[in-house]
Structures are given as structure tokens and as C-alpha cells.
Design a protein around this ligand. Sequence first.
Ligand code: MG
Ligand code: MG
Length: 280
Amino acid sequence: MPTKLRNLRSSREIDAMRPAGLAVYQALQIARQMAQPGVTTGQIDDAIAEHFRRLGAEPLFLNYPNSSAGKPVFPGVTCTSVNEEVVHGIPGPRVLRAGDVLSIDTGCRIKGWCGDSAVTLPIGQIEPIVARLLDVTRGVLELAIQLMAEKQWWSEVASEMATYVRDQGFYVVENFVGHGIGRDMHEEPQVPNFVSPQLRRNGDFRLEPGLVIAVEPMVNLGTKRVVPRPDHWTQATGDGQASAHFEHTIAVTDDGIRVMTAPPTKEEQAAALGQGIAAG
Ligand code: MG
Ligand code: MG
């Protein structure tokens, strides 16, 4: 039985989600500009916190409850996961070095609507195999966006995503999945980047107008296995090799697929200039 979604959005509601999506895009542009050897993950987190403050945007990661009862809430505005760290890395004093890769993930809420996006950034020169891991992970997200316009069911997209990654010799992480997004960052449905018996049994959903989901492939170089770190948040690869993560908030509309966390359009840039705000 496929999931019957209760949180489909009107086109007006989808329009209302764009300011949060744009703010998250801008936050990741700040990270892109700062991500250099010698910079700490904490400095990048501080700059993005300030960006959200200026916009009056509510950061969604700060104080996020731990899935284990009694464990600490998330202390940052971004998740910063370096090299073999897959997701949920805690920003802090760690200094980025040439050859590292930084996965940075953030989300905010503006006027009641959420946006969520992530990128993996190379720090200086990186190994060719790791550069290819980044290309494949970015590529599988782009593939998903393209397929969402063509397919009827999420399982059809997820199946091709998994095949694409496997054909490149890399591994889709299965411990973590994407999600519906709207009033809250994490809503139904679950959005896996692979096809499981559970998805086929009762988790599949139709790609219909009003659907808004965060699609977020995590791809590992050498194993799909993920292990938790003792800080109660960071998740790392089981073999210590690199991982990459790309995410967009994506809506299915009557006019096609809309990437809510995409760069500003010409119209948005013009409107922002009119208000004296740099669209970034
Ligand atoms: Mg995210
Ligand atoms: Mg997400």
C-alpha cells in the first residue's frame, strides 16, 4: 500500500516556501566562499548563524533534539562533516586543511515555512577519486531532479539513483534518508535514495503536484556502513574513507519540478536589488 500523503501544498504555499529556500542557498554560498584551508568549521557556522539572524530566519538545526533520550541537543546552526564524516558533524575548532572535503548542511524557517539543503565542498586540491565521489553525489541529486519530472512514483527515482551510484563503484548510505518538508523540516514521507522492501511494501508515494521533499543522497567511497561517533551526533563511514552529501528541497508543481533551494532567478535578483538587498 503506497503512502497517501496528507501534506500536499498549494501553489501559493509552495511560493511561500521560497524565501526559506533562498536563505538556505545563500547560507551555503557563504560556506562556499569561506571553505578554505585554515578556516574552522565553527567560523563558518558563526557566519551562517549571523546570516539567518539578519534575515530573521529561524535556524532549524540549533537545539535539534537527539534521537537518543537524554543525549545532547545539536549545538550548531549547520552540520559540518569532514572527510569520512557522513552527516551530523558538530561545527567547532576543527581547522580545515587542503585535501579535506566539507559536507555542510543547514536549514531555516521563514514565516512558517522551511528550507533544507546541503553541499560537499573541496578544500584546496583534493584526491581525484574524492573529486569523482563529489561529482557522482552531485550528479545523482541532479538525476533525481530530472527523473522526478518523468516518473510517477518515488521508487522509480530511487531505483535509478541506486543504480547510478553502484555503476560508478560507490555506495549509497542507507541509514539516513530524505524527508517531506513544509511547516516542519522533517515531515512525511521518508525519501530513501535506494529501494528497500519497506519502500515497496508501504513507503512508496506518488510524484504529484503539491509534493515537497528534501532529497539528500549520501554516497560513500568504500562501504555503505556508517558508524556513530562518541559525541552522540557525528556519523562516520565504517572504513574511514570519504563520504559526500548533496541535498535540495524540491517541489512538484503543476508547472513542473521546482528546486526551492536553487540560486536566485533573474526576477528574484532584480526584486532584491529593488529592496536594496544583495541576493547573493
Ligand atoms: Mg539537510
Ligand atoms: Mg534534510
